[in-house]
Design a protein around this ligand. Structure first.
Ligand SMILES: Nc1ncnc2c1ncn2[C@@H]1O[C@H](COP(=O)(O)OP(=O)(O)OP(=O)(O)O)[C@@H](O)[C@H]1O
Length: 285
């Protein structure tokens, strides 16, 4: 059981003066149950890549298979395969549109043709997952909730589809620290309990180091690192080349070396302190 990205290239606005190759020759397999983080500087192709995982974008070249089915073909198997991949975008609350919280979360399950009883079960389970009390919130308008609550409704709408693979593109953008921590705790729970594969696009190195089993670094539309966190962070110079640099690199590199991670001495740095990254990796052992 896996998502297989087979040698995909993607070009925006092909054959126009604005043509832009956003992905080049990407090969990638995400196994069921993995927790993969995708990092890279702005414009490196992260969102473009993840939008291929449930066929929101169709590769210009190459193919994407979910559990062995090419998701860009027009048959029932492809439709079923696409449904296994849930996608939470940046600012998912912008996608809310129904009059009540219940209807919004139930939209996907209704589309799947489930009975009303099953739909309600899915909605209840999804609301429980995001800590929204069913009785209290089901009849409320999603547009009269706080930003954090709207985000939870939007995420519940994806969870209600019972995805096997959950793609999260900067899911905590704009949330306060408590909201962020809470959401990540839930994501970890669903990953561990339900064995759902998570693909997390993030700019936050602390989160990535604390959560992911595998880190993919993108740069200019290509994968430059695909490794376990410790190995990935030891290739720090590639990460910083990928644009994740902030000041104070020399001191941080020194710390990394002292901690036994072989690194290049290029004077660049990570966007989070190396100590906190290392501590996060250590905490997971
Ligand atoms: N709809 C679009 N039309 C044309 N070009 C686009 C479009 N969306 C993205 N691009 C370009 O494709 C490249 C990859 O963009 P993408 O959004 O995938 O990067 P990203 O790594 O997700 O960036 P960010 O971290 O800012 O979200 C960029 O050069 C971007 O300008």
């Amino acid at each position: 059981m896996s998502i297989e990205v087979k040698n995909i290239t993607y070009t925006y606005m092909a054959k126009t003066p604005f043509e832009r190759v956003a992905l080049k020759n990407i090969d990638l397999t995400i196994e069921q149950g993995e927790f993969v983080a995708i990092i890279g500087h702005t414009g490196s192709g992260k969102s473009t890549l993840v939008q291929h995982l449930n066929a929101l974008l169709t590769p210009t070249i190459g193919s994407v298979l979910v559990d062995g089915n090419d998701i860009n073909t027009k048959n029932e198997a492809a439709k079923t395969a696409r449904r296994k991949v849930g996608m939470v975008f940046q600012y998912p609350e912008h996608q809310l549109f129904e009059e009540t919280v219940y209807e919004d979360i139930a939209f996907g399950p209704h589309n799947m043709g489930l009975s009303e009883e099953l739909v309600e079960n899915h909605v209840k389970k999804a609301m429980e997952f995001v800590n929204l009390d069913f009785a209290e919130y089901k009849d409320r308008s999603p547009f009269q909730l706080s930003g954090g609550q709207m985000r939870r409704v939007a995420i519940a709408g994806v969870i209600a589809l019972n995805p096997q693979y959950l793609i999260l593109d900067e899911p905590t953008a704009g949330l306060d620290p408590v909201g962020r921590k809470d959401l990540f705790k839930k994501i970890q729970q669903i990953h561990k309990k339900e064995k759902i594969a998570i693909v997390l696009v993030s700019h936050n190195m602390d989160d990535v180091a604390a959560l992911a089993d595998r880190i993919i670094v993108m740069n200019h539309g290509e994968i430059t690192i695909d490794a376990k966190p410790k190995q990935a962070f030891s290739q720090i110079e590639k990460i910083t080349e990928a644009g994740l640099a902030v000041p104070h690199m020399t001191a941080l590199l020194e710390q990394l070396k002292q901690k036994g991670l072989a690194v290049d001495t290029t004077p660049l740095t990570l966007s989070a302190g190396v100590d906190s990254i290392l501590a996060a990796i250590r905490r997971r052992k």
